[in-house]
Ligand binder design. Structure first.
Ligand SMILES: [Zn+2]
Length: 186
């Protein structure tokens, strides 16, 4: 679960493809194409983009929709005079490189060891495969804290306080346990 939060809240909690709030983890290289099910291959996405992308890599997906919709329209027939398929391809190529840059940035954000520890230390205990409503609940609860932590440079958890120690106070009738002050040595 902490890994899910780490991915969903990267990129300011937005879908990497369309900038809507993220809902799921998207495999950059699709699982069906042999992509790893690991944090080096997972980015935040919305349901819609995740479904539309399906079993394609980001360049395959982007090229296919751009070239089909902008040059051909949805029925596959070229749309009158306009940019050639070649110039449209070159144009799309540059936009596609921008998307790949963004993916690299977000994967680097997710790999940041300080950020990773921050999520692990606080949320390692949460269920690993929670139902969707619980994901939305956790996401909402953690989003603001994560933003503050990012601004503070992902501070580590403070060390736990030392355990309390007691001694038996024999001056009392009955034996009373008295707490030993933390600064007192034996
Ligand atoms: Zn999206």
């Amino acid at each position: 679960m902490y890994e899910l939060l780490m991915v969903l809240l990267a990129n300011n909690g937005r879908c990497i493809y369309c900038n809507e709030p993220s809902q799921v983890m998207d495999h950059v290289i699709p699982f069906a194409q042999g992509g790893a099910d690991s944090l080096t291959n997972l980015v935040p996405a919305c349901d819609t983009c995740n479904n539309l992308k399906g079993d394609k890599t980001p360049p395959e997906w982007f090229m296919s929709i751009e070239l089909r919709d902008r040059w051909c329209g949805n029925n596959g027939a070229p749309q009158g005079p306009g940019p050639s398929l070649r110039s449209l391809y070159e144009d799309t190529h540059h936009q596609c490189l921008d998307i790949l840059d963004r993916i690299d940035e977000v994967l680097a954000e997710i790999a940041n060891p300080r950020r990773r520890s921050w999520f692990f230390d606080r949320y390692w205990h949460a269920a690993s495969r929670p139902p969707r409503w619980r994901i939305a609940f956790w996401r909402g609860m953690v989003a603001e804290k994560a933003q503050e932590a990012e601004a503070a440079g992902w501070p580590p958890l403070p060390p736990p306080p030392p355990p309390k120690r007691y001694r038996i106070d024999r001056s009392q009738i009955g034996r009373l346990l008295v707490e030993i002050p933390p600064d007192e040595t034996d």
